[in-house]
Design a protein around this ligand. Structure first.
Ligand SMILES: *[C@@H]1O[C@H](CO)[C@@H](O)[C@H](O)[C@H]1NC(C)=O
Ligand SMILES: *[C@@H]1O[C@H](CO)[C@@H](O)[C@H](O)[C@H]1NC(C)=O
Ligand SMILES: *[C@@H]1O[C@H](CO)[C@@H](O)[C@H](O)[C@H]1NC(C)=O
Length: 188
């Protein structure tokens, strides 16, 4: 008799401990997967895999909530924008480059340079939870990789050396935008 009720309460306690345990340890992972599922479903050109790989590359994402994930996404974007800009400048040092390509790269440097301060403003708006203004800023940043990539398409036979880089920046900006909008819907 004793053993049955003992076993019963023991089981209950065990279940309680276990469920609080699994909540603590599985939520951080789930929020990335959930966020990425939603983002990929609602964002053309953003894949689930790109989203998960990017967010998981920052160790802070393990304990992040949705708001924090947005900041992480912005930091990834900023890192990508600044290193792409630096790399394009390096490419421009090549003296033997075709004039047309050189012109395209110069346009790209300018586009990416403009994106840096805009991103800083976007982060400030986001931190202050002005999600609508953050949305506008990040949307304008998405035009940099698109315009840069399209420049190379204006002449036949030219292959953009920046396709992968522009696509990374575009996807990170799209991901950031999608997280901003999720925050916006959370407070409405
Ligand atoms: C997005 O995907 C469409 C269709 O696959 C493609 O035409 C377009 O170039 C892509 N845009 C970017 C910025 O990658
Ligand atoms: C840009 O972001 C992508 C996706 O997170 C990553 O794979 C790539 O290494 C980043 N590139 C740079 C130069 O930071
Ligand atoms: C573009 O991305 C590739 C692959 O990630 C990288 O090796 C290259 O350095 C990048 N180029 C520029 C100009 O950022």
């Amino acid at each position: 008799m004793i053993s049955t009720s003992f076993l019963f309460s023991f089981t209950i306690v065990f279940i309680l401990i276990f469920s609080s345990f699994s909540q603590t340890y599985s939520n951080p992972h789930n929020i990335i997967q959930e966020t990425c599922k939603k983002s990929a479903a609602s964002t053309p050109n953003l894949t689930y895999k790109f989203c998960v790989t990017s967010l998981e590359s920052d160790t802070r994402s393990r304990y992040a909530n949705l708001h924090k994930l947005g900041l992480i996404s912005m930091d990834l974007l900023r890192h990508n924008v600044t290193s792409t800009r630096r790399e394009i400048k390096k490419l421009l040092r090549n003296k033997k480059m075709e004039e047309f390509i050189k012109g395209c790269l110069k346009d790209c440097v300018e586009l990416y340079s403009d994106a840096v301060p805009t991103l800083k403003e976007a982060k400030r708006e986001y931190k202050n939870r002005n999600y609508k203004d953050a949305n506008i800023k990040v949307s304008s940043i998405m035009e940099a990789p698109t315009t840069c990539e399209n420049g190379f398409k204006e002449k036949e036979g030219i292959i953009s050396p920046l396709t992968k880089n522009n696509s990374d920046v575009f996807q990170l900006a799209a991901l950031t935008l999608s997280i901003i909008n999720m925050n916006l819907h959370d407070i409405q």
